[in-house]
Design a protein around this ligand. Structure first.
Ligand code: G3P
Length: 224
């Protein structure tokens, strides 16, 4: 499936502030900011929260991870077919907090295409971004791990990583779009990312832990 950019993807991770009832409220905040601004605001909640958010909002929903398994005996795993039934539109893969091997990423990217959902392969630097882009996901999201959760925005602290990823990914696959993440929390951070050629951002703590997440979301998109 194709998805309109620029895109903001909020990874709910496993913060209490973005779990259960809080996940639902955060998804509602994303939906109202999307409605007012016209910008694509997507949520990547925990698996247990996907179904309810799908029932009560209209935003794109991503799984945080899909396991490279077939239906059957795999207790504790995230099955693509079940997540699709729950209502996902796409998935993150290979997040720094849930790394995968290349063959498994390839398998899941192909499987997502068959299910008509989009994939966002997370990467840690320019080289792994190029490798991921060859697998032809809709997005590669480059996130230097040392900046994740730091409050130091990748787009301002390591602009060469974002710019280099955009340039090198284009050389190998001009259909795959580049997102960036790590430490992003303000409109200036997003503007810097877009000026470097990114098609959007993937972020978490800057919004989830903000005193007023909805206000923080409005600030986030204020310079797009
Ligand atoms: O997936 C988003 C992420 O890893 C960045 O986290 O908290 O630095 O926005 P954060």
């Amino acid at each position: 499936m194709s998805i309109k950019t620029p895109i903001v993807i909020l990874n709910f991770k496993t913060y209490l502030e973005s779990s259960g009832e809080n996940a639902f409220n955060l998804a509602k905040a994303l939906e109202s900011v999307a409605t007012e601004s016209g910008i694509t605001m997507a949520a990547a909640p925990q698996s247990a929260d996907i179904y309810r958010i799908r029932q009560e909002t209209d935003i794109p929903i991503l799984a945080q991870h899909i396991d490279p398994i077939t239906p059957g005996g795999h207790t504790g795993s995230n099955l693509l077919e079940c997540l699709c039934e729950s209502g996902i539109d796409g998935t993150l893969l290979n997040h720094s907090e849930k790394r995968m091997n290349l063959a498994d990423i390839d398998e899941i990217v192909k499987a997502t295409k068959e299910k008509n959902i989009f994939s966002v392969v997370c990467t840690n630097n320019i080289e792994t971004s190029v490798a991921a882009a060859i697998l032809d996901p809709q997005f590669v999201a480059v996130e230097p791990p040392e900046l994740i959760g730091s409050g130091i925005p990748v787009s301002q602290a390591e602009p060469e990583v974002v710019e280099g990823t955009v340039a090198r990914v284009k050389e190998v696959n001009n259909k795959t779009k580049v997102l960036c993440g790590a430490g992003i929390s303000t409109g200036d951070d997003v503007k810097a990312a877009m000026d470097l050629g990114a098609s959007g951002v993937l972020l978490a703590s800057g919004i989830i832990l903000a005193d007023n997440p909805k206000e923080a979301l409005f600030d986030l998109i204020s310079k797009i």
